[in-house]
Design a binder for this molecule. Sequence first.
Ligand code: MG
Length: 309
Amino acid sequence: MTDRVQEYEIHHPSFRHLINGNARLHRLWTGAAWAEGPVYFRDGDFLLFSDIPNNRIMRFVPEPYGLSGTTGIFRAPAGNTNGHTRDMQGRLISCSHGERCLTRTEHDGTITVLADRYQGKRLNSPNDVVVKSDDTIWFTDPSYGILSNLEGWQAEPEYGGCNVFRLDSDGTLTAVATDFVKPNGLAFSPDEKTLYIADTGASHMENGPKHIRAFDVAGDNTLSGGDVLMTCDNGMFDGFRIDTGGRIWSSAADGVHCFTPKGELLGKILVPEVVANVCFGGVKKNRLYICGTTSLYAVLTCVEGAARP
Ligand code: MG
């Protein structure tokens, strides 16, 4: 039974302890063609996110002790970046559709290409990325950025798949999963023993996947398992993040869906636009930033994001 409390849907009583019914959803900025890839910089209290078709990275700076703030262009042109994260040294790691590569923005602002080929062939269009505490970088490589010129440049796939990759510190690129239709968002559990990966294959395949799978991560960073943990009941799961309780906060067409680590739906934060990705931020890590199609939203929660740094 669903109990709707303004912009929340309560699917399990425990969800009432994860959100504050009085906390409203705030639209912080609008004007994107497709907002994606939020990443929070706690050391500077600002958020970066991609506006993929407009080929720019935006930066939102909240006003001190306030909810609203200022949004401006951080980088343009930006190689049609999509997902972002930060490595253990705090550097920005970005997925580039336009350049078909994974990049790192150094502390001095220069950009280093970390990976652009697999077995000598170009990547498709890296979509989302996460860094493990051992400095390995894990990213998905569906073909969205090369299907047309909208989010990159139209081109043929070269290696004949849509893989999930692990990039080791020595530069070795390894395909860790090769059986996805369109691998998309990904995140580790707080103990890093589980890797969750979304498949948005339903976007271009009738009855295609619209689910998140859970993989066991071995000590040597190989994956096993991969069963479907949950299927989206409204649209598709694109990007998502994990809180310190191991719960999964995922994008969907009607907002943000919150699940237990076992895949049980606890509740939803309803958003008036299709959500592509989310990210915890704020100095208490309890503010959920939401990239929803044309807009950036945020809502205060009663949980804390698990992402580092
Ligand atoms: Mg994505």
